[in-house]
Design a protein around this ligand. Structure first.
Ligand SMILES: C=C(O[C@@H]1C=C(C(=O)O)C=C[C@H]1O)C(=O)O
Length: 349
């Protein structure tokens, strides 16, 4: 072929590719628009965005049609569509927010109050991703991989009405703590790491001396320093087990803020278990108080399933191992009758 000819061919084919790309972009946009509509339906149905069996079906439909045409390789087709599906999914959830804790919890109301009516919030258990940042930040500090953002919120809510600085701090947190999840599909409410950063910012801007609640152990520390127990979050639980709280909890009747235990499967994280009203730390002083609390909870014969006593036992053993000052023998000797002395004082700030 003559070089001049080759050049004009190249230009011509490139021109055709550009035309095809334009059509592809239009088609992709149409697909994404439809996926967004599917997303809206899913929100009303409270169902998760990802539907793996549908994804498999979409791809196998394509494979059958491509068998007929026989130009595209199955492997390539699969690769391209996986990408397209993941982009479609991202567009399904732009106005979805997520909160820790169960529907009706304080965290839920905070989430709702931050957005207008067009936004729907999901409990975290319904979404299929977990921000790695939370997992990693807690994992390095806590013996278990528990997500305790609900606790943080509840702790703050409990303090609410008592101290104007804390109230301002809460608003500050709430306005700042909305982050996008790694896939950008969800807007998430408060995370521990953000809480920490925001608290630092708040302190430097306002020159208040105030406790930095940066993670569960810190929240526990505040509880202990203030002679109060902030970790029991649900009002129903408090009523049920006659546990003293600092303040009536400012949330809805059915608040059952939970701690979420996460599990890693490949590169994804899943919520594998919900554990209620447990606060973990390995610092001696706090640890002792927490153990007292746990023992008190166990002593009150709380229904096994609900309290996860089996889990508590594992926890106690683990804490014993970590804490040489509290041998398992000493643990058994802790007098349960002393239980509530340290969390009844209201003058905590
Ligand atoms: C659009 C949907 O949502 C997701 C996206 C899909 C897609 O882009 O084809 C398929 C299944 C779901 O994971 C759907 O459920 O149909």
């Amino acid at each position: 072929m003559h070089p001049c000819n080759t050049n004009s061919h190249l230009r011509y084919f490139r021109y055709r590719i550009d035309l095809v790309d334009k059509v592809l972009v239009k088609l992709l946009e149409t697909r994404i628009k439809v996926a967004t509509k599917v997303g809206r339906v899913k929100i009303t149905l409270s169902s998760p965005i990802t539907n793996s069996s549908r994804e498999r079906q979409v791809i196998s439909n394509l494979i059958s049609s491509c068998m007929a045409v026989n130009i595209l390789k199955v492997k390539d087709l699969r690769e391209v569509w996986k990408r397209i599906i993941s982009i479609s999914k991202r567009s399904e959830g732009h106005s979805v927010t997520s909160f820790y804790g169960s529907p009706g919890s304080h965290t839920h109301s905070v989430m709702d109050s931050c957005f207008d009516m067009t936004t729907v919030s999901f409990p975290f258990s319904l979404i299929d991703e977990t921000p790695f940042i939370i997992y990693s930040s807690l994992n390095t500090r806590l013996p278990f991989r528990n997500n305790c953002s609900g606790l943080l919120h509840t702790a703050l809510a409990t303090m609410n009405n008592h101290n104007v600085h804390i109230q301002n701090y809460i608003s500050h947190c709430i306005s700042q703590h909305l982050v996008l999840s790694p896939s950008n599909r969800y807007i998430l409410s408060v995370t521990q790491t953000h809480a920490y950063n925001q608290t630092k910012q708040w302190n430097s801007r306002n020159s208040h001396t105030m406790y930095t609640i940066m993670n569960t152990s810190k929240a526990a520390k505040v509880s202990c320093i203030c002679n109060s127990m902030l970790s029991i979050s649900g009002r129903s639980i408090i009523t049920k087990y006659s546990i003293e709280s600092l303040d009536p909890i400012q949330d809805r009747w059915n608040n059952k803020t939970s701690f979420l235990e996460l599990q890693r499967k490949g590169s994804r994280l899943y919520i594998c278990k919900k554990v209620r009203y447990i606060l973990l730390t390995h610092r001696t002083k706090i640890c002792r108080d927490m153990l007292l609390l746990l023992l008190a909870v166990i002593k009150q014969n709380i229904d096994l399933l609900e309290s996860g006593v089996v889990y508590y036992k594992r926890l106690l053993l683990l804490l014993c191992k970590r804490n040489d000052k509290l041998s398992s023998k000493a643990l058994r000797m802790i007098s349960i009758s002393k239980k509530v002395g340290f969390y009844t004082n209201n003058n905590y700030i």
